[in-house]
Write a protein that binds this ligand. Structure first.
Ligand SMILES: NC(=O)c1ccc[n+]([C@@H]2O[C@H](COP(=O)([O-])OP(=O)(O)OC[C@H]3O[C@@H](n4cnc5c(N)ncnc54)[C@H](OP(=O)(O)O)[C@@H]3O)[C@@H](O)[C@H]2O)c1
Length: 303
């Protein structure tokens, strides 16, 4: 038997239930969970019910664990492999692939082996935050067609709220594209954000932040990623950008109607779930060929 934390209605409580351990078929793998991550979307789904197709529903997107069984057509994994895996988002399978249970079923394409030097806990924190950052950055004009680290080398990239999980990956992805990174965070996170590759970090509460960013970037900032969306912050980002315009990727799709920035600053409120499935394999392949790092450790080497 397996155990699952089930949600049986919107705004309902999570209840621990005994469930039958699922059997993988085709290219599916059964993962025994060791560590799972929590994300803001978990409570938002519980409270608002979006993306829930049926009940009982199992919340959670990020799983790290051990392959406990494989379907007959699986080619990349075998029993005992350490894997990190994401749920299949909008597909109606959350009762078997949700993270908040002891076992889950996934198509093998959604899993990657965990390198030896990464713990289950560290690995579980990767998928949703990384894909969100990658979707926001690569989902429109910043496709990583080349990665020689030079194509944006004299340009600045602003990551607002860089101490969020999503922002931490956005900093690294911007560096991979060759940008110089200016970031915002609370002072207690300055050193952490710098360790990820940001050259300069400002407090997002600083009254002078617009002037400071404009001075640092010479008024030429054209790319920004807002990893925590509040309207006043979007307005500040708009004012910090070049008078020639630019683009701001925003992690909250609900803010599309807010005309708070100059006309030539384009807002890209995006939803990782909308672009995830089409860009996922491209992103993983791309990252597998880079020196992407997290906490000074290599995290993505797709095997
Ligand atoms: N659109 C999508 O598809 C998508 C996908 C995933 C996540 N999201 C959203 O992205 C956001 C970040 O998610 P996450 O999992 O990365 O969050 P997280 O890791 O839980 O972020 C925690 C950090 O948020 C920062 N923060 C809190 N209030 C802030 C504010 N008013 N301004 C700036 N930063 C603030 C704090 O940084 P300091 O310590 O520096 O203050 C805190 O350490 C959430 O709103 C989440 O819902 C969207």
């Amino acid at each position: 038997m397996a155990k699952a934390l089930q949600l049986s209605e919107v705004k309902g409580e999570l209840r621990l239930a005994s469930v039958t351990k699922p059997t993988p078929t085709g290219t599916q793998i059964l993962v025994e969970h060791v560590a799972v991550a929590q994300n803001p979307i978990d409570w938002k789904q519980q409270e608002m019910g979006f993306y829930i197709n049926s009940f009982p529903y199992v919340l959670g997107f990020d799983v790290a664990g051990i392959v406990a069984d494989v379907g007959p057509d699986v080619t990349k994994f075998q029993k005992g492999d350490r894997v990190v895996v994401t749920t299949e988002f909008l597909e109606p399978t959350k009762h078997i692939d949700g993270a908040f249970q002891t076992h889950s079923i996934h198509t093998e394409d959604y899993a990657s082996k965990i390198p030896e030097n990464i713990s289950f806990e560290e690995a579980s924190s990767i998928p949703l935050a990384l894909f969100t950052a990658a979707c926001g950055m690569y989902g429109h004009s910043l496709l990583p067609d080349t990665n020689n680290g030079t194509e944006h080398k004299d340009e600045w990239y602003l990551v607002w709220a860089a101490a969020t999980s999503v922002g931490a990956y956005a900093v690294q992805l911007a560096r991979l594209l060759g940008f110089r990174v200016v970031a915002t965070a609370s002072p207690h996170s300055f050193e952490y954000v710098k360790s990820l590759g940001a050259e300069v970090v400002f407090d997002y509460r600083d009254e002078q932040i617009i002037e400071k960013i404009r001075e640092l970037t010479g008024g030429k900032l054209q790319h920004a990623f807002q990893a925590f969306v509040v309207t006043e912050a979007t307005a500040k980002i708009g004012k910090a950008m070049s008078t020639e315009g630019g683009e701001v990727a925003m992690v909250d799709p609900r803010f599309s109607e807010f005309g708070v920035v100059p006309e030539n600053v384009k807002l890209y409120p995006f939803n990782a779930f909308d672009v995830y499935n089409v860009s996922r394999i491209h992103i993983l392949t791309y990252l597998a060929n880079t020196s992407f790092v997290w906490s000074n450790q290599e995290i993505i080497r797709k095997t």
